[in-house]
Design a protein around this ligand. Structure first.
Ligand SMILES: Cc1cc2nc3c(=O)[nH]c(=O)nc-3n(C[C@H](O)[C@H](O)[C@H](O)COP(=O)(O)OP(=O)(O)OC[C@H]3O[C@@H](n4cnc5c(N)ncnc54)[C@H](O)[C@@H]3O)c2cc1C
Length: 408
């Protein structure tokens, strides 16, 4: 039987980040995934500024490799389309057209991005075992015994579960699906969408007929587009919405969208997957285990962004795992410092995003913000900076912000 100090289950963004951090800490680990890479992951494929920042800290050479790679399309901002049809363009970096060669974000098919990350991690000495479907976990004599579906066995001192939204272990550990804290999403690839933004801005459309959900168009390399819709699961159930049908209906009927899709072609099928939102604080560790990424339900409740938080939690999990291995402490109480670290870094932001999620329940307020911002450079700059600075997001919560918005 193979023995390791730390076993990481799942080689998505959370697992890879955990593996890279453990490598830095000098702690022996093994990363297993049930898939053979490259493999697909249903996602919007938008890689935010948070991922860029984390990669810069984890390993800047991986980031510079990504910047040069043809698998990605650099994205310099976001366009919001308000319920009244008005578009608001917000660059992620101000003055982005002035020859800056370090994009604040990317769009890359997860099929390519996850494979790219796995290969970079392997080059840096991380051991990865593909086609290992971890199914059975048993605590024996202070260690974990992990069996795959086909009977392979590994013994580990500590487990990091980074196996995504459908992690059975996470469910057993108490991360249950609650529709109010869960989002349903579908996405498809298209070609031939009418799109002309030179900065490859991602587009979020808050169409009146589909509130409180949103429709996205994200440009990819090679003239392709990731197109999808997302809505909180309790609203989907209450309104009895069939997301795939509604997405195609919007493409055919929405005033803004139908022109853009007049010559577009759907490639393959429309796929769906769940997004466990971080709008509720949960226990994400226990005796000799840590949950990271979607397994720990950490997706931003406003933007649906999960890759950055998955990586951040992977890094934090690795730091605590390294401490546990060094000190020989694997008790649940010791592990709890991981929960504290993650929620100290993400808790405020997740709560603010949860509040901002409510904004789409007030289309008039949304329209107002977009109308004002399209006339006010100061406001556009404020929103632009919001993507870099959490304190500015906090301003959105204060009544004074709206007073200034209306009267200044
Ligand atoms: C429709 C949709 C759109 C989204 N759009 C965006 C977006 O544009 N930007 C963004 O930042 N986020 C987006 N997200 C969220 C993002 O996809 C996730 O938050 C992110 O993938 C979480 O990473 P992870 O490493 O936790 O899990 P995953 O990426 O799900 O990786 C989990 C890994 O675990 C492996 N695994 C599963 N079970 C086992 C097992 N039993 N044994 C071994 N291996 C196993 C899987 O094969 C997989 O490789 C979107 C999600 C959806 C559903």
């Amino acid at each position: 039987m193979r023995k390791v100090k730390v076993l990481i289950v799942g080689a998505g963004p959370a697992g890879i980040a955990a593996g890279l951090q453990l490598k830095k800490e000098g702690v022996e680990s093994l990363l297993v995934d049930r898939a053979r890479f490259p493999r697909d992951k249903i996602c919007g494929d938008a890689i935010s500024g948070k991922v860029v920042e984390l990669l810069r800290k984890l390993d800047p050479s991986i980031l510079s490799g990504l910047e040069k790679s043809p698998i990605q399309c650099a994205s310099w901002g976001v366009t919001f389309v308000a319920p009244n049809g008005k578009a608001l363009e917000i660059p992620f970096k101000r003055d982005y057209q002035k020859g800056d060669h370090h994009p604040p974000g990317f769009i890359s098919k997860r099929f390519d991005f996850d494979h790219f990350m796995l290969e970079r991690a392997r080059e840096r000495g991380l051991e990865v075992l593909e086609a290992f479907d971890a199914q059975h976990f048993e605590r024996r004599n202070g260690n974990w015994e992990i069996r795959s579906a086909d009977g392979q066995c590994i013994e580990a001192g500590l487990l990091i579960f980074a196996n995504g939204a459908h992690s059975r272990f996470a469910r057993q550990a108490g991360i249950r699906k609650e529709k109010k804290h869960y989002c349903a999403g579908v996405r498809a690839y298209f070609k031939g969408v009418e799109y002309a933004h030179p900065g490859h801005f991602i587009e979020l459309h808050f169409s009146r007929s589909f509130l409180p959900g949103y429709f996205w168009i994200f440009p990819l390399p090679g003239g392709l587009f990731n197109v999808g819709v997302g809505m909180r699961s309790d609203k989907v159930s209450r309104k009895k919405i069939h997301l795939r049908e509604r997405m195609m209906q919007m493409i055919k009927e929405d005033k803004n969208l139908k022109k853009r899709f007049a010559r577009a072609e759907l490639l393959g099928k429309i796929d769906g997957y769940g997004l466990p939102l971080g709008s509720k604080k949960r226990r994400i560790s226990g005796e000799a285990y840590l949950l990271a990424g979607d397994a720990a339900a950490l997706i931003d409740p406003f933007t649906g962004e999960g890759i950055g938080n998955a990586m951040l939690s992977g890094v934090e999990a690795a730091k605590v795992a390294a401490e546990a291995v060094r000190s020989g402490h694997f008790e649940a109480d010791f592990m709890q410092q991981y929960d504290e670290n993650v929620y100290r870094k993400l808790g405020r932001e997740l709560q603010l995003s949860y509040k901002m999620q409510q904004l789409v329940n007030y289309p008039w307020l949304f329209n107002l913000v977009v109308n004002r911002a399209s006339k006010s450079e100061t406001l556009r700059n404020t929103i632009s900076a919001m993507f870099e600075d959490i304190d500015l997001r906090a301003r959105l919560k204060k009544p004074g912000f709206y007073r200034d918005l209306l009267f200044k």
